[in-house]
Design a binder for this molecule. Sequence first.
Ligand code: GLU
Length: 331
Amino acid sequence: MQPEPMVRGRFAPSPSGRMHLGNLFCALIAWLSVRSQGGSMLLRVEDLDPARCRLSYEEQLEEDLRWLGLDWDEGGLSVGGPHAPYCQSLRTRCYEETFSLLQNQGLLYPCYCSRDQLHAAAAPHRSDGTQRYDRRCLALSEQERQRLAALRSPAWRLRVPDETFAFEDGCRGYCEANLETSCGDFIVRRSDGVFAYQLAVVTDDAGMAVTEVVRGGDLLDSTPRQLYLYRLLGATPPRFFHLPLLLSGEGRRLSKRDRDLDCGILRERFSSEELTGRLGFLAGLLPAPVPLTARELLAEFRWERIPRHDLIVPDSLFAPPNFSVLFTKST
Ligand code: GLU
């Protein structure tokens, strides 16, 4: 009998700012899931976009994860391992291989559309503002293509089939999407040469033998595209778990840009055990936000307890512990 493959999970943060509550929530659940199965964890730094990512954020995020009591067996700046390098900015060769493999299958084509043209031509198809590409560059004549190529470098798109990709999400249940009608042909390399998230993440998760992907529900839409890429690479996809998104009191998504409950603020307010208890309570793992370590929380972890719907973060849960006292005094 074949031995069961070892569970391998990952943290895949982007060092584009200090992590916020939602990033910590995701990291904690990913760690709990893997460690509760005796699996191993790796840290891959998703620093593809040189304009947004910084080494100082990368160092900080490792320190913040450790502060929360989370550890990993491979990757990051500090640990290393058999799949090094673990920073996407150093993995261009791997992405070039994937790119050639897709190109050799005749599935890529250059796209010269500017952002403005894309906005004007494509009908928005979802509430999140993403758009389906109308394939205008697929229809270019050779002459038009040459004219445009002299003016600017193209992005590269992957042709998608008129096919529905379905999967059983470990958190959300059955999910499916038809690639042609949902996203259309998508970009795998930007016009500035930077490889796109979809191509990089599948190349890396497949190459690093990741068996379990736990991430925010905002990436649920990406999964059918990624399943298509796994098929084209001839690789086995991991099991996916898309977590509920954390929303502010006004129903807005937490973001790094708004410095919403970032790790610096949280660390000023709480000890690591206090924050873990609050996160565990928010995740439905604890009946009350009692302080405990991540390792202690392992005993309470069950996927069935994690909510399937987005979560409004109650202001009181992550406010400074003496918030009401301060408020009374200052008014
Ligand atoms: N790097 C992405 C982020 O920080 C996560 C990608 C993934 O988990 O697939 O949001």
